[in-house]
Ligand binder design. Sequence first.
Ligand code: FAD
Ligand code: NAI
Length: 468
Amino acid sequence: MSTPKKVIVIGAGPAGYVCAIRLAQLGQQVTVVEKEYLGGTCLNVGCIPSKAMIAAGSLVDRIGHASAMGITVEGLKLEIEKLVAWKAGIVARLTGGIGVLLRNHKIDVVMGSASLVDKNTVSVQTKEGEKKLSGDVIVLATGSVPIAIPGFDFDEQSVWSSTGALAPKRVPKHLVVIGGGYIGLELGMMYSKLGAKVTVLEATPGALPGQDRDCVKVIERSIKKLGMTLMTETFAQGYEKKGDELHVRVKTPKGEQVVVCDQIASCVGRKPYSAGLGLEKVGLKLDAKGFLTIDKQMRTSVPNIYAIGDLAGQPMLAHKGSKEGLVAAGVIAGQKEEWDVRCVPAVIFTAPEMASVGLLEEQAIAAGRKVKTGSFPFAASGRAMSLMETDGFVKMVVDAETDEILGVHMVGPEVTELIAEAALAIELGATAEDLSRTIHAHPTLPEAMMEAAEAVHHMAVHVFQPKK
Ligand code: FAD
Ligand code: NAI
């Protein structure tokens, strides 16, 4: 084995801590520097707390709809402090677990804010003062922060960022959400289920720009069913506080309006975070969107400095950052490694859930492929019926000449779990026929994947497909 390298990982989110653990597994000498919390955005104020709160919202909603099953619950009560404390307990358990894992792998953890001094030296501002670290290799994994728009600075009182929205003291009466993307819809729907009136202001002509439009139509119908309002092609201009009310001025295609609410959440996207990191000291430059440019081995333009996670480009998703962390660790440890994945799945915890992997139909056509599609509705799935969640479908995009699966897009019950099979299929270069010949246990939701694959060839058994 070659001499271990001294590696400094800056940032302990799902990119940084995963990279650090893999480096240690591969025999390297690792120090992690973290300025705020082990686990990063994802574990502390992102993926995990949001999914915990969303699960609570779904439970309340399901109880409210259980009368069709003969179950009526009277006196349902939501104690928001207990919900927030339960969520904080999950976060504490997970972040504590990361600390234990780092310790078990003999990784040094330095709590403080890191900045590059030169290509081998990092200065860390700790509670005890400045600490200098030197390393053969530095991995930058500093993540991202929410974007603030003019007139809506995050004070976490009147205007929440996602962080404030995940630690509420009360359920707002009327919540205005600026941005109908991932966070706006996940948290907007969660608050709607917890009893708030919710208005979503979205700049583009529809919710969730960039996602499969057939899937989004189901989400937009669900927004209406929940009693939420989605205002599209709408921009928030500013707000005034009048007593307990917040008067939000909005520009719509029909002119200016005022929406009166008691809480605003601004969720218009996130930007890579590199402020104070000292990139200029080593000659590293950001691209126009603030990301660091990396090659397939996660190297920046400075050969011993790597960048991973939200700092290193879209999609800003935890599992994409973790994969980059694994690739970087392998490369640093001298293994033959590079980013060679075919697809990054995306999951959105709306109601119903949405999930997507690979090419959209229009992207496949734009890439010059002849395309066939097949879809299967959950309304025809026995399992979906027994769960009382029949909205949605699985849609498969396939190369018409080779039958290779190019993309799978779904909306419906537990599709955030179902997407794993689709990702594996694409990674293995599977065909729609491969999927349709695989026995899927009955009665389960993944049968919808099999039937969507059969539908590509007009052979789905549980929906009638007239021959062309
Ligand atoms: P981060 O998780 O942001 O970690 C970076 C770490 O670096 C932080 O701990 C920060 O304190 C530290 N740091 C920064 N600068 C310095 C410095 N100078 N010195 C020392 N430390 C520093 N993604 C999903 O895939 N699924 C989801 O369900 C999902 N839900 C989300 C919900 C919300 C509300 C939000 C906000 C995000 C969500 N995301 C989700 C996105 C996900 O959180 C990010 O993609 C992921 O956290 C990025 O990982 P990272 O390690 O690159 O950065
Ligand atoms: P986003 O990019 O998903 O959505 C932002 C939305 O705001 C877009 O629809 C955009 O058109 C709209 N917008 C922008 N400016 C606006 C304005 N001035 N007025 C009205 N609308 C405006 O960003 P979001 O929701 O903040 O999430 C950030 C990122 O975090 C996501 O892109 C995703 O990478 C990650 N994330 C992932 C989740 C998951 O995997 N389930 C959940 C939450 C976040």
